[in-house]
Design a protein around this ligand. Sequence first.
Ligand code: DHB
Length: 309
Amino acid sequence: DLSVSWLGVNMENPLYNASGVMCRSREELDAVAASAAGALITKSCTLLPREGNPEPRYAKAPHGSINSMGLPNAGYQYYLDYAKAYDHQGGKPLFVSVSGMSLEDNLEMLAAFRDADLPCLVELNLSCPNLPGKPQIGYDFEASSHVLSEVVKVYHKPFGVKLPPYFDPVHFAEMASVLNSFPSLKYVTCINSVGNGLVIDLDSESVVIKPKGGLGGIGGDYVLPTALANVREFYRLLDDKHVIGCGGVKSGREAFMHILAGATAVQVGTCLYEEGAACFARIRDELAALMQEKGYATLADFRGKLKTM
Ligand code: DHB
């Protein structure tokens, strides 16, 4: 039994797409909905539609991926319309990622989602690394606290945030303390890509993506240990909040590790981009086989039960 129920959301299995991958158009969202995924989440949206950064802006790398998409999306109204037309009763849970270019934009979008009163959960993105000149809010604890205090004034339902990776215990503790002061913040998704890495093609002696001189967010195998550390530390430090794991999941093994570290559910990014929606059935079946091999009947049997020495 791979099912998981959290915040009123019932998932047949814990897997879904990482926001940004296969979720920009209705057709892509429908493809995730039609796959073996346990849920789906939309591309991070902005107030107005955006073309994003110049191409090439995603590249496969030897152990993962690099991207600097620049928030190409159809504008929040498109995803709001998708959510309004969505079969919430019969379909799998739908999440909506919101990533405004300013606090004002975020508040306007959240007010619209609030007024629509749909049974979908918002993932507020505090961690886009790819907008030239715009720092990731999640790396500024005071700014994060300010954004969240304004957000909860307009948005009263349970919601979550997408966090960037942290690399220092002091930063885990500081961010956890900020997040713990917002009771309606019910989940955090760890991690966004490891920002501003550089992949170099040796043969051509060149960068592999065009924006930002080749710098972009890193995903895939490169980020698994960082993702697991972030899931583990926020699982330990947050009061009564769920942690959604994201980073380096390409088989049942990494999905198991995220859940062992404390993840309630697990998102798939780079692997989904490279393999397509068929990855969900494969990873689900591998996770089920691994659990059987280890003698676990449910996810709760091992969630968070990482051993330390
Ligand atoms: C983009 C990348 C991200 O990592 C993110 O959180 C939001 C947007 C992008 O480049 O489109």
